[in-house]
Design a protein around this ligand. Structure first.
Ligand SMILES: Nc1nc2c(ncn2[C@@H]2O[C@H](COP(=O)(O)OP(=O)(O)O)[C@@H](O)[C@H]2O)c(=O)[nH]1
Ligand SMILES: [Mg+2]
Ligand SMILES: [Zn+2]
Length: 279
């Protein structure tokens, strides 16, 4: 029988087969493709003996959190406390692009900005819209609700950015623990310690503990370059230009003219530098 893994707790795998959930065991790595099952995996199970027999081919796969078959990522991005970071945003966009996951930016904590801060940040945000990214605000719930239909969405973003708060507002039955509540009560309701796939607004949502670290080791420099989509809009003299030291580089020219956001270019160089290193 075919199903999808929706939860893993120690070595018990909950597999949803057309709405019926089976708690299954697995024998660790699968010899056929040397894979370990993760949440989001489509699998074939032996429903009588509660065993996972096979992992079906993945569309994509993320590490930390370990999840598979993700269509889109909701990048929950705080504008203040924690402060807005183009560096984190560009890293997440890069990871999403390379894994063929559509990034959608959801801003939070706009209410904490004064007028000056708001004006400055909205200019930066407008750049991301200009290069083609969808941007929502967390107070516009009716718009956010529409993005889930028919898709598997992973929530990502810094601790404290407002992921759980947003999920709770979207679906009150989830009742996830948020920063304030845990402080006030000093004990947990439901903390995200494991990954779980929830059904929400006609789609599926992966509620994860967040990215504990961002690892670019598996990426090539060319993949990172191509993930900065707007860099390729105007070709450079050399078709394989990395936009670092090459002559007649249109990316560098467009950074100087202000057509490309300087922080995007700086963050691009930082990611290139970090390849092969842990951070
Ligand atoms: N002012 C303000 N606070 C928010 C907003 N969204 C979340 N918070 C608060 O930020 C804190 C962290 O939120 P939480 O959802 O736990 O963040 P998570 O770690 O990403 O799940 C909590 O105290 C929330 O009440 C927002 O849009 N504005
Ligand atoms: Mg949370
Ligand atoms: Zn170039």
């Amino acid at each position: 029988m075919k199903g999808q893994i929706v939860k893993i707790i120690s070595n018990l795998y909950t597999v949803n087969c057309d709405g019926i959930k089976y708690d299954c065991h697995s024998r660790g790595k699968f010899r056929k493709n040397n894979l370990t099952p993760v949440v989001g995996d489509y699998v074939i199970i032996d429903a009588e003996n509660n065993y996972i027999l096979e992992i079906l081919e993945r569309k994509n796969y993320l590490i930390r959190p370990f999840v598979a078959n993700v269509d889109q990522g909701l990048l929950v991005t705080s504008l203040k406390s924690p402060d807005f970071s183009t560096n984190l945003l560009d890293k997440l966009l890069c990871i999403m692009e390379i894994n063929d996951i559509e990034p959608i930016i959801c801003l939070t904590k706009m209410d904490l900005l004064n007028e000056d801060e708001k004006e400055k940040l909205l200019e930066v945000v407008a750049y991301y819209q200009k290069i083609g990214y969808k941007v929502f605000n967390n107070d516009n719930l009716s718009a956010v609700k529409k993005i889930f239909k028919g898709k598997t969405t992973v929530f990502t973003g810094q601790t404290g950015a407002g992921k759980s708060t947003l999920l709770n507002k979207l679906d009150e039955t989830l009742d996830l623990e948020t920063g304030e509540i845990s402080k006030a009560l000093g004990r947990g309701k439901h903390t995200t310690r494991h990954v779980e796939l929830h059904e929400l607004f006609g789609g599926k949502v992966l509620d994860t503990p967040g990215f504990s670290s961002l690892d670019f080791n598996d990426f090539t420099k060319e993949e990172v370059r191509d993930s900065f989509k707007e860099f390729g809009e105007v070709p450079c003299k050399f078709h394989d230009c990395m936009h670092i030291n090459e002559r007649d580089c249109n990316v560098k020219a467009r950074v100087l003219s202000g057509d490309i956001l300087e922080s995007r270019y700086e963050n691009y160089k930082k990611i290139l530098d970090s390849i092969g290193k842990k951070w």
